[in-house]
Write a protein that binds this ligand. Structure first.
Ligand code: CA
Length: 224
């Protein structure tokens, strides 16, 4: 049974989540603040964490940092904060996804299923296929309609990072740091250029991308 740790201080929200999760067969633990969350997580090792950012004793981002040193379970952040800086901070701290309150339960459950599904990391040598193209991480090869797609080394590096974190939102800062280096963390125009190039080469309809997804102001996501 999948164990979900819900970290949330609003009793009504905890009740709603508990009911909806239990009905779908999840086992639910709840913590009302950051300290209890860290303690419960250490004792029970949840498979996935749903975490409200606004907690009474510490900021949710601090909880993420506290968990990330030793817990690899996906963390889905819930927050009433709409500012992209807060979302980026949560992602940079190690959150896997971000749902803004108020949210639909169906949306949250879909994100939860996706997070659990991809919790197993993409291994070296794995081939990731979409309906439009195939990425062979070991051979560093992309095939579309039976033909190799020529990518520049930088295009490949961007694509590889996104594919290795398939389904997960990667912040702009993280991509820039990993591909170009720490001094390029604010050069978001680089990403726009390279994502546009990758979409032209890979997406069946580059103006309506289905695999190389941009979350405005936050980051990028590869959807297989
Ligand atoms: Ca709260």
């Amino acid at each position: 049974m999948t164990l979900v740790l819900v970290v949330e201080d609003e009793p009504q929200m905890v009740r709603t989540l508990r009911i909806n999760l239990k009905v779908r067969g999840y086992e639910v633990l709840a913590a009302p603040d950051g300290r209890a969350a860290l303690d419960l997580a250490a004792r029970r090792r949840p498979d996935v964490v749903i975490l409200d950012l606004g907690l009474p004793d510490m900021d949710g981002t601090e909880v993420i940092r506290g968990l990330r040193g030793w817990l690899s379970a996906p963390i889905i952040v819930l927050s009433a904060r709409h500012a992209s800086a807060d979302k980026v901070a949560a992602l940079d701290a190690g959150a896997d996804d971000y749902v803004t309150k108020p949210f639909g339960m169906d949306e949250l459950l879909a994100r939860l299923r996706a997070a659990i599904r991809r919790a197993a990391p993409v291994e070296e040598g794995v081939v990731v296929s979409t309906d439009a193209f195939t990425v062979d991480l070991a051979a560093k090869r992309v095939v579309r309609e039976g033909a190799d797609v020529r990518l520049t080394p930088t295009e490949w590096h961007v694509l590889e990072l996104l594919v290795r974190h398939s389904g997960r939102l990667i912040s702009q800062r993280q991509l820039l740091r990993e591909v170009w280096g720490p001094s390029y963390e604010t050069e978001t125009n680089y990403l726009r250029v390279y994502l546009a190039q990758l979409r032209r080469k890979l997406e069946p309809d580059p103006s309506r991308p289905r695999h190389l997804i941009i979350e405005p102001g936050m980051g990028y996501r590869f959807e297989p």
